[in-house]
Design a protein around this ligand. Structure first.
Ligand code: B12
Ligand code: SF4
Length: 518
């Protein structure tokens, strides 16, 4: 059976690339199960669409597997139809949120055969085994039962039994839904992603772009690798959705995480780690234990990670404990901690179900700054409750804390509370069109406030202009929101910790990538 796995390019124009962790797990599991496959890494090879088109027309595969973030729907839709158009007999499998959060859209608007819902490490292997052995993926359960979904009035899938965690085209093209698979209980049992399956040296070449400051070695020597410490999150914010949404929050052991870092050090010379979790460090106690082990391991690395503003900001944990743990982050090699303010208005934080108070933010910034750590924060502007006054409040918090934020507008994503709101209130009427046209949170894709769009964006820009000036930043008019990152600012920040300026790279300014804040 000839298998192709595809890694699309989320940001073809960016100077750097992120080695894809989710896909790393998938290809490692496939390889460990004894399958051979080709990897079309569109991202690192910077293939353009014409190349991809030629490739698919000249290479025949029995199975093509692709996954991505849901915002990349337009390209994935094009690719699926290209793969099926070039070879109607190949089975196309779609994973990650572009599959699992919109299966009804995928089946209605593409020719995909199988959608994997949620965590895919085990499911993908079972699917491939069934396809290889010519076994049925599942059978419909009688009487015919439609599965409720959150994608408007698109045709539903129907209850079936078979390989768990998939929805697939059954007889007459009808999508059959085998239900969700229970998440892997102990994620320490998963293999480390094997980066040799990728063009790892090419990824390494541009990885230093992703590093912030370094003190343990010169910045240009940074070799950045991502490592996952946890899957999922204990919260349920109304703007957020990730693949492990329905699974319990699970942590890896410190030994396993340190083991993977050491493997990355030994094999690839890694010295800078991005902990790429929805939520890396949830509570002070377990965080301190992890940091103690990391400090003891004395790896000489730097790292960035995502926390929440209640880690250091909430006052029901003694102040001395919070201060001590912040200092341990620094000792362990942390450079920057990402956590989202989102809004300075407590009513909006409530609507977000964020379960933090705006006051936590001031406290957390103070503690981290004392410890010599950079605070990275992002905002979500544009909840229905947003007014000129709430925007002002939010911007004042940034000014007070001397932090230039990564600004995003509320971008309703499938399967979130705000998606439901947007559909119910008629802001989105044609889901396929919305998904094809959607861009990123830095653009105002949909205005669900009572403010005029021009007024909303105008006020945000005016506030950022003021912060930019006040903090002595070098952002131009066009880059107040899409800041693009400036090494100059970043270096300034290293020397002078009183103003939190911009990060080094395009993507890292986009705090969704580290904090889970969309
Ligand atoms: C790294 C990252 C990025 C990188 C992606 C780099 C890369 N090539 O991987 C960059 C910086 C580009 C990025 C950008 C954005 N990101 Co981002 N990002 C992340 C982050 C921090 C880590 C992803 C990760 O490695 N996860 C760990 C792995 C194990 O999980 P996974 O990727 O989900 O993989 C599992 C399954 O999805 C599946 N799977 C994954 N790939 C494949 C492939 C196949 C073939 C199959 C079958 C299955 C499969 O199997 C894996 C194992 O079970 C996550 C947060 C998080 N922890 O998930 C956010 C996250 C994925 N990002 C998110 C968002 C919103 C964005 C942006 C849209 C933000 C914005 N600016 O608007 C942009 C997208 C830009 C665009 N052009 O479309 C959201 C996704 C929301 C959603 N519902 O899709 C997340 C979940 C954060 C959050 N909680 O809000 N991001
Ligand atoms: S935004 Fe962050 S805290 Fe909220 S549900 Fe998403 S990952 Fe969890």
């Amino acid at each position: 059976m000839k298998i192709l796995v595809v890694n699309p390019s989320l940001r073809p124009d960016a100077p750097h690339r992120y080695i894809p962790v989710g896909l790393g797990y998938i290809v490692t599991c496939i390889r460990d199960a004894g399958f051979e496959f080709d990897l079309l890494d569109v991202d690192i090879a910077r293939y353009d669409d014409a190349y991809v088109e030629r490739y698919m027309q000249t290479h025949l595969y029995d199975v093509v597997a692709i996954g991505s973030i849901v915002t990349h729907y337009k390209w994935v839709k094009w690719f699926i139809n290209l793969a099926k158009g070039s070879n109607p007999d190949c089975k196309v499998i779609v994973g990650n949120s572009v599959g699992g959060s919109i299966p009804e859209v995928v089946f209605a608007h593409t020719k995909a055969d199988i959608v994997i819902q949620g965590e895919a490490d085990v499911t993908i292997v079972e699917v491939l085994e069934h396809l290889r052995d010519g076994k049925s993926l599942g059978e419909m359960v009688e009487p015919r039962t439609a599965i409720p979904h959150t994608n408007g009035d698109l045709p539903p899938s129907y209850r079936a039994v078979g390989v768990e965690g998939i929805i697939f085209r059954g007889p007459n093209e009808m999508p059959l839904n085998n239900g969700v698979r229970k998440a892997v209980k102990d994620i320490n049992t998963l293999p480390f992603p094997d980066w040799d399956l990728f063009d790892v040296q090419e990824y390494i070449k541009c990885s230093h772009f992703l590093a912030r400051h370094t003190t343990r070695y010169p910045k240009e020597k940074a070799i950045v690798f991502p490592v996952n410490t946890a899957r999922g999150c204990v919260f349920k914010c109304t703007f957020c959705h990730y693949v492990f949404w329905n699974d319990p929050y699970r942590h890896r052991s410190a030994e396993s995480v340190i083991g993977e870092i050491q493997r990355n050090q030994k094999k690839y010379g890694a010295n800078y780690i991005e902990f790429w979790d929805e939520l890396s460090f949830h509570k002070i106690g377990p965080t301190e234990k992890f940091l103690d082990k990391l400090i003891k391991a004395d790896l000489g690395i730097h790292f960035n990670c995502a926390v929440r503003s209640d880690l250091f900001g909430r006052d029901d944990v003694p102040l001395e404990d919070r201060v001590r743990v912040a200092a341990k982050f620094k000792d362990a090699g942390a450079i920057a901690l990402g956590f989202s303010l989102e809004s300075g208005d407590d009513e909006i934080l409530e609507a977000m179900n964020k379960r933090v108070k705006s006051s936590f933010f001031d406290e957390q910034v103070k503690i981290l700054r004392q410890a010599g750590l950079i605070s990275d924060t992002s905002l979500i502007i544009g909840y229905p409750q947003e007014t000129p006054k709430t925007i002002q409040k939010t911007m004042e918090m940034c000014e007070r804390n001397r932090i230039y934020p990564s600004v995003g507008f509320l971008l309703p994503l499938p399967a979130t509370g705000m998606w439901k709101h947007a559909l119910e209130k008629g802001y989105i009427t044609d889901i396929d069109k919305y998904l094809v046209e959607m861009t990123e949170r830095q653009d105002l894709v949909l205005n669900m406030t009572s403010m005029d769009s021009g007024e909303l964006v105008g006020q945000v820009k005016q506030s950022l202009r003021q912060l930019n000036e006040k903090f002595g930043n070098v952002l131009t008019e066009d880059s107040l929101i899409k800041t693009g990152g400036y090494a100059k600012n970043s270096e300034n920040q290293g020397k002078e910790m009183t103003v939190m300026r911009n990060r080094l790279s395009n993507e890292s300014l986009n705090m969704a990538v580290v904090t889970g804040a969309v």
